[in-house]
Ligand binder design. Structure first.
Ligand code: GTP
Ligand code: MG
Length: 218
């Protein structure tokens, strides 16, 4: 979204950042559940595959002088085989790549998602957008899950800002991961000039969210 760190307003109103964050990963990895937990504090065992893309908005009081509006783009796992990711990724500021620790195939696909991302969106200076890896369903670690070994090394090698084990079910580490991603996004954008009016962009984007989330449609 080529976000624009807003400058402090003359009236003393908080600065606002509108950030577009992609949530991608294989089918059933838990992307929608992570978002639902984060935004609505809800969890359901029931699985309903996302079709196309869905949206959610979370407003964070980042600090007393800064408001962050996180626009979360919940991209269906099946979209890796479709043609729409280029459209969804446009102007994204950061991403979560989610896998399911109880299904190793979802971890194996992580690098496919990462290279899809890096080939289609980047920062104005050409660098990849910050991406954080989520090892989701960590509540299943004891039964049938496993965190792959050497995750720190994996992240370093493949350009992830970091990783978290998360559980949408038990509400583990989701707020922490989001905070970490936002920090990385804000740092990555510090040197970019402000482009156009945040106010217009926020208004348009929120209207878009309302309209599109009703239809779950691209
Ligand atoms: P697509 O929309 O098809 O790409 O899937 P998704 O990644 O959005 O997965 P979704 O959030 O719909 O979750 C798939 C299934 O995993 C659902 O049955 C969820 O209840 C379950 N699930 C998601 N997160 C967790 C978790 O942290 N722990 C457990 N135990 N189950 C989870
Ligand atoms: Mg989904």
């Amino acid at each position: 979204m080529a976000t624009h760190p807003a400058t402090a307003t003359a009236t003393g109103a908080p600065r606002e950042h509108l950030l577009k964050v992609l949530v991608v990963g294989e089918l059933g990895a838990g992307k929608t559940s992570v978002i639902r937990r984060y935004v609505h504090q809800l969890f359901s065992q029931h699985y309903r595959a996302t079709i196309g893309v869905d949206f959610a908005l979370k407003v964070l009081a980042w600090d007393p002088r800064t408001l962050v509006r996180l626009q979360l783009w919940d991209v269906a796992g099946q979209e890796r085989f479709g043609n729409m990711t280029r459209v969804y990724y446009k102007e994204a500021d950061g991403a979560f790549i989610v896998f399911d620790i109880s299904r190793s195939s979802t971890f194996e696909a992580v690098l496919k998602w990462k290279s899809d991302l890096d080939s289609k969106v980047h920062l104005p200076n050409g660098n990849p957008i910050p991406a954080v890896l989520l090892a989701n369903k960590c509540d299943q670690k004891k039964d049938n899950g496993q965190i792959p070994p050497q995750m720190d090394q994996f992240c370093k090698e493949h350009g992830f800002s970091g990783w978290f084990e998360t559980s949408a079910k038990d509400n583990i580490n989701i707020d922490e991961a989001a905070r970490f991603l936002v920090e990385n996004i804000l740092t990555s954008q510090q040197s970019f000039p402000k482009e156009d009016k945040d106010e217009d962009k926020i208004k348009l984007s929120e209207e878009k969210i309302t309209a599109e989330s009703k239809t779950q449609c691209c």
